[in-house]
Structures are given as C-alpha cells and as structure tokens.
Design a protein around this ligand. Structure first.
Ligand code: FES
Length: 105
C-alpha cells in the first residue's frame, strides 16, 4: 500500500510499503528525512514519532502501555501521536497518511 509521509519541511513523499513492514521501515528504507529510529524499532527511543491523520488511525492497533509512556515524554506529543515503529502496515492500509514530527532529531 502507498503511504504518504508529510516531512518536517512540509513536503510530501508517497512510497509503497509492503505489508508486514512498519511505517518506520517505509521511511528508513526510502531514505526519507525526519524518522531517526535510533533503537531500530524496539519501542525504546521515540525518535520515530509521527502524527497519524484522523482517517488513518483505525488501520493500526491500539497503543501498548510502553508506547504510551514513551510518547508522554516526547517533545511535541499530541493526541494523534504514535511511534511509527509500532505501526504495522497491512494490505488494508492504502492511503495512510502520517506527519513526521520535527522533534525526532
Ligand atoms: Fe525507536 Fe520506534 S524506532 S521507538
């Protein structure tokens, strides 16, 4: 499915992310800026922070307590904040749209 990333500079990139990969993987593998993913996807660094568009939120599983706690301490956290390494793409995810936090660096 094609996932659109709104980058910290305001530009947009749409890339195909295979099912089973995460929103973080799709960014890193396509060399998009803004998602640092220091911990490599183990839900412990919060440098993969994104804001998920309201229409896209239902495609993903609920947050774990671990993710919620990490986000509580992240700069710029909002109601629609998620850690993109915890957002697994499925075949249903066509059109998912996320905004990459400018605070990941
Ligand atoms: Fe570290 Fe997502 S990559 S928490």
């Amino acid at each position: 499915p094609v996932v659109t990333y709104v980058l910290p500079d305001g530009s947009e990139r749409a890339v195909d992310v295979p099912p089973g990969q995460t929103v973080m993987d799709g960014s890193v593998r396509n060399n998009l800026p803004g998602i640092v993913a220091e911990c490599g996807g183990s839900c412990s660094c919060a440098t993969c922070h994104v804001y998920v568009d309201p229409e896209s939120q239902a495609f993903f599983d609920e947050m774990t307590d671990e993710e919620r706690e990490l986000l509580e301490f992240s700069d710029g956290a909002q109601d629609n904040s998620r850690l993109s390494c915890q957002l697994v793409i499925t075949g249903e995810c066509e059109g998912v749209r996320v905004t990459v936090s400018a605070e990941n660096g």
